[in-house]
Design a protein around this ligand. Structure first.
Ligand SMILES: [Zn+2]
Length: 496
């Protein structure tokens, strides 16, 4: 077994806990002295720095939320003067202002150290050629993976996102052995390679992929590994904590968190109480080494469970198990929590369909409806209507049993579902259109709004019927004209 920092990675759990206690006490004094935000938060909770004497006192501390970072936008929670900040990243805020994160030189070193340990645990080393196909820029994925790759001495190819055919050409021509990108983008690259007549197994040297920035399932890992012949690892991090930080090791049984840098907890999202090992809850992280923007008991929003057992690889630090979704990626349909990962798992366990899907949620007669659009696999495409119907009802049955919710399945042609270079957008929630902020600002009279929505629904409904009617006609050789029409129609449905 190869380690990047064997002494730390395999230290005995007792000594690790002691080290965490010492660092936590230092951290609490550090933020109390330097951050008016934390000082106020502690005072409100009736906590003084001397109350925190070891990691056992951790639960006395109040949580920090993403909202706190937004409320103090842009740099209100920074603990160092501007001159000590050497880099800024920001999250891709989908609503309102982004969250801004600053790094000191030491913060950047710790970030690279964390990734160097992670990449080594996934079997990468200085002989590798690593293509970084995450976005570079304010998003942390590109530069994070880039510095980790350079730290282990690998040759780094900063490909960035986009131009999939060039990505595959680079992979072939440069003899790339490792890739970092989102799992949905890699699934797309597998398709593009197939269309180019490139077989990952024979025509490239690619052997390891680190995939993250969006939740994905064990089934997608199998799918990727079977289709491309590489080993696929889960990489985890969020922009507020640094960016990509941790991966699973070659044993693929959980993501190794580096306990000398971070304390992780899993809590019940409703009560905030810690849950026992193995039980699912929300991930909470305390940073132990960050200087510019330390976070105390930060509610990450991802759902997971954790274990303190030593891994078969010999690493003793805690592991978190595969993330099953984010609390904010989740959507609620008829009172039931739905995660895109659950749908993905059903599709990947069904032969004949691809992992390309999206979930359309609507409200018809005050009732939420859920439609899952799925792309059929060309190899298994059957022209027989009866086969299509039985496949459709098989998926609907499986979805019903997993989600406890009835969902309609719609088959669409290959290429209809948009491909994403970054995070895939799986849920299209059309319910919002009923009462968007725009609608409200127009101050439409209720009667008018109602008629407006009925017209919108009517158009959408008929577009879908047309789309359904085309599908059986297109068959195996699928005329490009019909495929194009279908793609445009889907786009239109989502725009109105
Ligand atoms: Zn391990």
């Amino acid at each position: 077994m190869t380690y990047w920092n064997k002494e730390i990675e395999t230290m005995d759990p007792e000594s690790l806990r002691k080290l965490q206690s010492e660092k936590l006490v230092k951290l609490i004094n550090y933020v109390y002295d330097r951050s008016p935000f934390y000082r106020k938060r502690f005072e409100e909770a009736g906590i003084k720095p001397e109350d925190i004497r070891s990691i056992d006192d951790l639960t006395k501390l109040p949580f920090t939320f993403k909202k706190d970072l937004r409320d103090t936008y842009p740099t209100g929670m920074f603990c160092v003067p501007p001159k000590d900040v050497v880099r800024i990243h920001a999250s891709s805020g989908t609503t309102g202002k982004p969250t801004v994160v600053g790094y000191t030189e030491n913060d950047l070193d710790c970030w690279s150290e964390s990734l160097a340990r992670a990449m080594t645990s996934a079997g990468l080393n200085g002989d590798d050629i690593i293509q970084v196909s995450y976005g570079y820029g304010l998003f942390t994925g590109g530069l994070g993976a880039h510095y980790g790759s350079e730290k282990i001495g690998a040759t780094t190819v900063p490909a960035g996102t986009g131009n999939s055919e060039r990505q595959i050409m680079l992979m072939q021509d440069l003899g790339v052995t490792g890739i970092c990108c989102t799992p949905s983008y890699f699934s797309h690259l597998i398709e593009v390679a197939a269309n180019m007549g490139v077989d990952f197994r024979k025509d490239t040297k690619l052997r390891v992929g680190l995939f993250g920035a969006e939740p994905w399932s064990e089934e997608l890992r199998k799918h990727i590994e079977e289709r491309s012949g590489i080993k696929a690892y889960d990489i985890f991090g969020t922009s507020e904590l640094s960016g990509p930080l941790f991966t699973d090791c070659e044993k693929q049984n959980g993501i190794h968190i580096w306990g000398d840098m971070f304390i992780v907890e899993v809590v019940d999202p409703k009560t905030g109480k810690q849950v026992p090992d193995g039980e699912k809850g929300e991930l909470v992280v305390t940073t132990l080494t960050k200087e510019a923007l330390p976070l105390i008991r930060y509610r990450v929003g991802d759902l997971t469970s954790m274990t303190h057992e030593t891994c078969a690889c010999g690493r003793t630090h805690p592991r978190i198990l595969r993330l099953t979704g984010r609390t904010d990626d989740m959507t609620i349909v008829r009172g039931i929590n739905v995660f895109p990962g659950q749908v993905e798992a059903v599709l990947l366990a069904t032969p004949g369909v691809t992992p390309n899907f999206r979930i359309l949620i609507d409200r018809v007669h005050e009732l939420d409806t859920m439609t899952v659009q799925v792309e059929l696999n060309e190899e298994n495409f059957s022209e027989k209507m009866s086969d299509l119907f039985s496949l459709k009802s098989e998926i609907e049955r499986k979805l019903q049993s997993i989600l406890n919710l009835s969902a309609k399945v719609e088959f669409v042609e290959i290429g209809t579902i948009p491909r994403y270079e970054g995070k895939a957008k799986r849920i299209i929630d059309n319910r919002k259109l009923w009462m968007t902020e725009k609608d409200q600002s127009l101050s439409l009279k209720p009667d008018f709004r109602k008629s407006f929505n009925i017209i919108r629904m009517y158009i959408r409904y008929h577009c879908r019927i047309m789309s359904d009617a085309w599908l059986p006609l297109t068959g195996k050789s699928g005329s490009p004209v019909k495929a194009g029409l279908n793609a445009r129609l889907s786009q239109f449905i989502n725009q109105i």
